[in-house]
Design a protein around this ligand. Structure first.
Ligand SMILES: [Zn+2]
Length: 304
């Protein structure tokens, strides 16, 4: 009897000690979990971070929100292994790796662009650099409100005339890759905010024409370009679906279309990844595609 009692006491003690050890081990192995998003070049993910940690990624120190979430984005050419640094309150650091999928990109040739917009003269270049600086300043903003929680919709109906990542040959000259989605639609077609946000830039620029930036929070933003008319101003708050302007062909454009770019700070993202996954030039964007947008972005990497 005595022995049995002792044995059961010992068993209990070992069990409890084991539990405590497990908890200690878990507490010492913090991590990040992908809550939502696409683990691939041009994608972004919302990560759930273990309590008590901050995240450093691409020189941005990210403080998790009340739900432990941070948002990070991957560029067109990011390597398949992305390293995050988890930082404890006492400054202790540890690395964590995320695997992202590599993509292949197409080449797009566009001819018939005005010569001074493909090879600008000195005076035009000066204005272009001014525009770049203005946009860059707006991309540094880190709004703490998760406006992106509204989800995303297409900003307008039309035909996809350009996709993310394609290498561009303009008037026969190699130029920077195309880092957004182009939707061709007649001039005057209403343009909607793809998600909730704050207007952090509204300007008339040399290459992008009438340009509006909508900040969705946590470093994530949309930029729509070549607008004919603009109905919002800097500082305004917009709701997903709200008409913010009209499709046009201001700036460097061969026809009326909207260029929809997304970025996480200075990292250019692929807007189609927050909507549907496989867009090709010529694909029609219709109201039925908008229904697809109600789906949450894929939880895991899609292999394209
Ligand atoms: Zn474009």
């Amino acid at each position: 009897m005595h022995n049995n009692g002792f044995l059961s006491y010992m068993k209990k003690t070992i069990f409890v000690a084991g539990l405590a050890l497990c908890q200690a081990v878990f507490a010492q192995t913090p991590g990040v979990e992908v809550e939502k998003g696409t683990l691939e070049q041009g994608g972004f993910v919302i990560l759930k971070v273990s309590p008590g940690y901050e995240v450093s990624y691409k020189h941005h120190l990210l403080k998790p929100d009340a739900e432990g979430r941070v948002l990070i984005g991957f560029s067109r050419n990011d390597g398949v292994k992305q390293t995050l640094t988890l930082i404890e309150s006492d400054g202790k650091k540890q690395k964590q790796t995320l695997k992202i999928a590599k993509r292949s990109y197409t080449v797009q040739r566009i001819n018939g662009l005005p010569k001074n917009k493909v090879s600008p003269d000195k005076a035009t270049l000066k204005l272009i650099y001014r525009d770049i600086a203005e946009a860059k300043a707006a991309r540094k903003i880190n709004l703490p409100t998760p406006y992106f929680d509204s989800g995303f919709d297409w900003p307008t109906k039309g035909i996809i005339s350009g996709i993310y990542g394609s290498q561009r040959i303009l008037n026969g000259k190699p130029r920077a890759p195309h880092l957004g989605v182009d939707i061709a639609a007649p001039q005057g077609t209403p343009l909607h905010a793809p998600a909730d946000g704050k207007i952090t830039l509204s300007a008339d620029m040399v290459l992008s024409g009438h340009t509006v930036m909508i900040d969705h929070g946590y470093g994530l933003r949309s930029t729509v370009m070549h607008l004919h008319k603009v109905f919002v101003k800097q500082g305004d708050f917009v709701k997903k679906g709200q008409v913010i302007g009209e499709v046009g062909q201001t700036g460097r454009a061969t026809g009326p279309h909207v260029h929809w770019g997304m970025s996480w700070f200075n990292v250019r993202l692929d807007p189609s990844l927050v909507l549907i996954s496989d867009l090709k030039p010529g694909d029609k964007v219709s109201p039925s595609a908008l229904v697809l947008n109600e789906k949450e972005p894929a939880m895991q990497a899609s292999s394209k």
